[in-house]
Design a protein around this ligand. Structure first.
Ligand SMILES: [Zn+2]
Length: 504
């Protein structure tokens, strides 16, 4: 068998199904993958969501496969599922069933109302699902079963003793009502029951791909993601047994083998969203966790962002010298006071201007002066005489005389050289990252398109998530721009406040 043939077969089946089953891409993908991996599928959802029909049609894609369909009730007997007792055997004083046409001879089975399974059939059912064996009297027979599709409207209650049965279903889908109007109309007015899948899967090929997948290597980054997910789920009290994890990794191998990949790559991890949840409410959280992890890694701009932020802060700290005395803007204070008095508020009615109009460091004071060059200031905390206010220049002059304080509006030569060097270095790192991100995005898109198991919706979401990483580079570029202005000072104030200055 050529793997590419199987891949094409799957693509064709998916296409055929998606024209008939709208909004069921994830379920179709998952069912086919479950079939190829020999796993069981649970379709959970309200009546009338075409669960049975979907399972039935998936079963029809197997060429020459035996199909067993049964609706379980609380009163179902072993005869109905495993076959009637053989009278001939009884005559010989032996106990055995005529299993032909029943679950023990099926390649695919669909069990409706699966959680109605009662204790008379549960043990044999578990053995069939788990070990692919059926104990028929004295004989232990091999069961050719690939997958059981279980359909149910609800999950079993905790005390019903059905946990083991529930655990056997690796793939779990919550099937909802059709959301989009046009799809709903199609469903109502067209006979989707008439759909007969024309592309078929061959049993030999299915067994062969399982064999091929068995020893496929798993990429180190996939191992890291799986380990991380295990930890995170444990922390969120979502328990996934080790046995399940083993099966999950096997499914990833089969998915990769069908894709024709030589190892399990990161994009395949997207499939985990359908095999990890325990109750449907966890589904979205888990999906988000997985998509985040699939997108994460690669170029990480986080460190660069921190470095740029640090540099900006250092420069600000350097420029931001403490004033020897507090300064408050007289003009702004008077205006503020007028407004609040007008509003009969007592907030500023007294003695002290609000904090926003008081300056205790050079940078804020300079910024205000650049913005409003004609404002005048009061020194110290005595606001009793508003007439004693002074211009910016005379405040500076007074500070110089009284305290020997010089305004430092630019960096020292040594600092400046150091910061400029750091700035150049960060700018180069940013440009390198930008190129990296572009190349990664191209590669990511290619990988996603090649992976037939990733649904269109997931592909779109992953690409959007990835692109949002680019907004980080915009933010970094903005910081760098700000730093450049600070370094080019004293223009920094003119540039930043030019517009506001003109208005004033
Ligand atoms: Zn002012």
């Amino acid at each position: 068998m050529k793997v590419s043939d199987l891949k094409n077969t799957i693509i064709n089946i998916k296409q055929e199904f998606s024209t008939y089953f709208k909004e069921r891409d994830a379920e179709i993908n998952g069912s086919l993958l479950a079939l190829l991996s020999g796993e069981h599928v649970l379709l959970l959802g309200p009546p009338g969501t075409a669960k049975t029909l979907l399972a039935n049609k998936i079963c029809e894609t197997i060429e020459g496969g035996n199909f067993f369909h049964y609706l379980l009730t609380r009163f179902s007997t072993p005869e109905e599922v495993f076959g009637p007792l053989s009278l001939k055997a009884l005559e010989r004083d032996e106990f055995s069933r005529r299993v032909e046409g029943y679950l023990p001879t099926a390649h695919i089975a669909l069990l409706d109302e699966i959680f109605k399974a009662n204790s008379s059939i549960l043990n044999s059912l578990l053995t069939v699902l788990n070990e692919r064996k059926y104990h028929n009297g004295k004989e232990v027979m091999d069961v050719p079963l690939f997958s059981v599709f279980g359909a149910s409207n609800e999950l079993p209650e905790e005390d019903e003793g059905l946990e083991a049965l529930y655990d056997r279903f690796l793939f779990r889908f919550r099937v909802d009502y059709i959301q989009h109007e046009e799809n709903l109309e199609r469903l109502i007015f067209e006979n989707t029951e008439d759909f007969v899948p024309s592309t078929k899967l061959n049993i030999e090929e299915m067994r062969e791909i399982q064999e091929r997948a068995r020893n496929l290597p798993v990429d180190p980054e996939v191992r890291t993601i799986v380990k991380g997910l295990r930890r995170e789920l444990k922390n969120s009290n979502i328990f996934v047994s080790d046995r399940r994890w083993k099966k999950i990794v096997n499914v990833l191998r089969v998915a990769s083998a069908v894709n024709g990949h030589s190892s399990v790559n990161r994009m395949t991890v997207v499939l985990l969203q359908h095999v990890l949840w325990d109750v449907p409410e966890q589904k979205e959280t888990i999906r988000k966790l997985i998509l985040d992890r699939v997108v994460s890694g690669g170029t990480d701009t986080g460190k660069l962002k921190l470095d740029v932020f640090d540099l900006k802060n250092s420069i600000y700290r350097c420029l931001q010298n403490e004033l020897p005395d507090l300064v408050a803007c007289n003009k702004c204070y008077a205006e503020e006071k007028k407004t609040t008095d007008g509003m009969r508020s007592s907030r500023f009615s007294g003695i002290k201007p609000p904090k926003s109009l008081t300056f205790d460091n050079t940078l804020d004071f300079l910024k205000h002066h650049t913005e409003f060059p004609n404002h005048t200031y009061i020194i110290g905390l005595d606001y009793s005489n508003l007439n004693s206010s002074q211009s910016f220049e005379s405040v500076a002059e007074l500070f110089r005389r009284k305290y020997g304080f010089e305004f430092k509006i630019s960096l020292d030569y040594g600092d400046k050289k150091l910061y400029e060097k750091e700035y150049k270095h960060l700018e180069e790192r940013l440009n390198y990252f930008k190129r990296q991100i572009q190349e990664e995005e191209k590669a990511l898109e290619k990988t996603l398109r090649e992976n037939i198991w990733v649904s269109e919706q997931d592909t779109q979401e992953i690409l959007i998530k990835y692109r949002s990483k680019n907004t980080d580079t915009y933010e970094i570029a903005n910081y760098l721009n700000e730093i450049r202005l600070l370094l080019e000072k004293p223009k920094v104030f003119d540039v930043s406040f030019e517009k506001a200055g003109e208005v004033a």
